[in-house]
Design a binder for this molecule. Structure first.
Ligand code: ZN
Ligand code: ZN
Length: 397
């Protein structure tokens, strides 16, 4: 009886915590850290790794809540060291306060003379035998530093280069993450609507890109998730065009590809604006791209191979005669990074699972003329997908 009562109390308490978490992103994240660490330790166990060094900034945040970014690959703001029963955040004195506040579950170690000095002590006290590192991100110089520290403190220790172990967890989004992704996408859509209304013949690509960027920053976004693409006329035939001084001309397509970063989560969407009356070729490729997008969205479902979703769009575009003009993959995962797993490409990738969040972005590019791309973000569900975008700013020809 007493036990039952306790359970109810516990439930009430954790429900209240969850309630608070939904309102305050910070609490939710620290609430998630324990669960994430638990699952990560299962992966370490699977890989027979007893100590793991986390250096990818998004992974560091995901597993600890420590928010600092790296200025560049060679200037790290810190690393996590995870063992089966303890976790450490290694950083320098500039980040001491943030580290203590943002990663309360971690033992903070401040290094003044480089990270290896602290690593050596920790390897020794942990008795590290198999040290996992993130081979896909560590520079060669850093790799050698870490290896030297291990050799000096634990001569029998081995380095194990992994590729995407924390990312394996990040690929499936938690409910709280999906909510943050929605908020990030809402901001991106608001930014697009605001510039869409001001698009006119004669505007410069560069000015439109700046309008997007400043809207996102002024509306609370931490940053753009990537520099906006505003590509008009022939530039729209370049999938990753850089906004130029070119002015929009009558009858042209303008590809607008943009994203925000809000509460650390990225968004990414594309619409194609048409300046006035489109010519027949433009109308046609627009129609094909939209049909391909709808076909691919129909193909998304938990249990489907990512290559089959790409193929659903590609088959339609190829049938219309533009197969050669759709040179990139159909989409990619979005989360803490704007491009992450799973990739939806022409090659076999990953079986989609519920609560992955991916883009669906077919395009057709005609060199010298222009192009069309439409990009939505969708959440994979058991029976299909939920399109996270509002379905506007899309023409129906
Ligand atoms: Zn995009
Ligand atoms: Zn994208």
């Amino acid at each position: 009886m007493e036990k039952h009562c306790d359970d109810r109390l516990d439930d009430g308490f954790s429900n209240r915590l969850r309630g608070i978490s939904m309102d305050y992103g910070g609490m939710m994240i620290s609430d998630s850290v324990n669960k994430r660490l638990y699952r990560f330790r299962e992966l370490m166990d699977r890989e027979k790794i007893d100590t793991f060094l986390v250096t990818v900034p998004e992974n560091r945040f995901y597993l600890s809540g420590f928010e600092a970014d790296d200025l560049q690959l060679t200037e790290s703001s810190g690393a996590l060291l995870v063992s089966p029963s303890s976790q450490f955040l290694l950083t320098d004195f500039r980040y001491r306060e943030e580290a203590e506040e943002q990663a309360p579950g971690y033992e903070i170690h401040i290094y003044s003379d480089g990270m290896p000095q602290v690593l050596k002590d920790l390897f020794l006290s942990l008795g590290t035998e198999r040290l996992g590192v993130e081979g896909h991100f560590l520079t060669w110089v850093r790799f050698q530093e870490v290896e030297k520290a291990l050799r000096e403190s634990r001569p029998s220790g081995q380095m194990v280069a992994t590729d995407g172990l924390v990312e394996e967890l990040r690929v499936i989004k938690e409910p709280g993450e999906i909510e943050l992704i929605r908020q990030s996408l809402n901001l991106t859509e608001e930014a697009l609507v605001s510039v869409w209304e001001d698009l006119t013949i004669g505007r410069r690509e560069r000015d439109v890109a700046w309008a997007i960027e400043s809207f996102i920053r002024q509306s609370g976004g931490e940053d753009v998730s990537f520099p906006p693409i505003v590509a008009s006329g022939p530039n729209a035939a370049l999938p990753h065009a850089v906004p130029s001084d070119r002015r929009i001309e009558a009858g042209e397509p303008v590809i607008l590809d943009l994203g925000s970063r809000l509460h650390h989560y990225c968004s990414d969407m594309t619409r194609t604006w048409i300046a006035g009356t489109p010519s027949d070729w433009l109308r046609e490729i627009y129609r094909v791209v939209r049909e391909a997008q709808l076909a691919a969205q129909d193909a998304v479902r938990s249990g489907v191979e990512s290559v089959d979703v790409d193929a659903a769009a590609r088959a339609l575009i190829t049938k219309a005669g533009y197969g050669e003009r759709f040179g990139h993959g159909l989409g990619h995962g979005v989360g803490l990074a704007v491009h992450e797993k799973p990739g939806l490409r022409r090659v076999k990738g990953m079986v989609l699972q519920e609560n992955m969040v991916v883009t669906v972005e077919p395009g057709i590019y005609l060199p010298g003329y222009g192009g069309v791309r439409l990009e939505n973000m969708v959440r994979v569900t058991a029976t299909g997908c939920e399109v996270l975008n509002r379905q506007d700013l899309i023409y129906s020809f």
